[in-house]
Design a protein around this ligand. Structure first.
Ligand code: GRF
Length: 215
């Protein structure tokens, strides 16, 4: 018996470059893909993410902040089984966080648990990394929990900070690493290779060889 494909919703407020990377990965995997992109949601009507979804004929829904609480109903309508947050700036309602426990990932553009928490998004994160004098940054993929940026960590990738970096130049290199790490992590999740255990830890993540290329 073949396992049915996961029905993935991507929630994004911005341009959707991570959404693009996720979609590219699913297309590249072809019949071996363990998920299909079933819905894209944005709180911003002009989000590039919605435009991208429409160009692929994937259902694209603008959910204004006044309707934020109806997110779960929307996900149910589309029979969504897994969620990827990709630069989504609205708080996820608690009913969604609870129902998708162990089935919702986020990507954060720094090495958690440092440089995370409310208000830490976009260029602010990279500016904080530079201000702290950190020598290494990089993306973190983690499960979404009831506490902002505190869910169990699935994967991280080191991106060295250069002495002449600006928030923009560092952010661009971290983003390029996100584009590799996030689709890979989502494949692990939707294929059932990794699980969030009752101990709150992630099980099944393969060990990385950091001397090698990104997965
Ligand atoms: C990324 O930096 C991601 O880490 C953060 O939001 C940004 C989204 O960018 N959560 P994009 O819309 O995927 O280009």
């Amino acid at each position: 018996m073949t396992t049915p494909r996961a029905r993935l919703a991507v929630l994004a407020s911005g341009s959707g470059s991570n959404l693009q990377a996720i979609r590219d990965d699913l297309v590249a995997r072809g019949p071996a893909a363990s998920a299909e992109l079933a819905l894209v949601v944005s709180d911003r009507v002009a989000a590039g993410a919605l435009e991208r979804a429409r160009s692929w004929s994937v259902p694209a829904v603008h959910l204004p902040k006044e309707r934020n609480e109806s997110l779960d109903a929307l996900l149910q309508q589309h029979a969504i089984t897994h969620i990827a947050l990709a630069g989504y700036l609205r708080l996820i309602p608690l009913d969604v966080v609870r129902r998708f426990h162990g089935r919702m990932l986020n990507v954060h553009p720094a090495l958690l648990p440092a440089f995370g928490g409310p208000g830490m998004y976009g260029a602010r994160v990279h500016a904080a990394v530079l201000a702290a004098g950190a020598r290494v940054s990089g993306p973190t993929v983690h499960f979404v929990s009831e506490h902002y940026d505190e869910g169990a960590i699935v994967a991280q990738w080191p991106v060295p900070v250069r002495s002449n970096d600006s928030a923009d130049s560092l952010g661009a290199r971290v983003l390029a690493a996100e584009h590799r790490l996030y689709p890979w992590s989502l494949h692990l999740l939707t294929s059932g290779a990794i699980t969030l255990g009752p101990d709150g830890r992630v099980h099944g993540v393969p060990d990385f060889d950091f001397d090698r290329e990104l997965p």
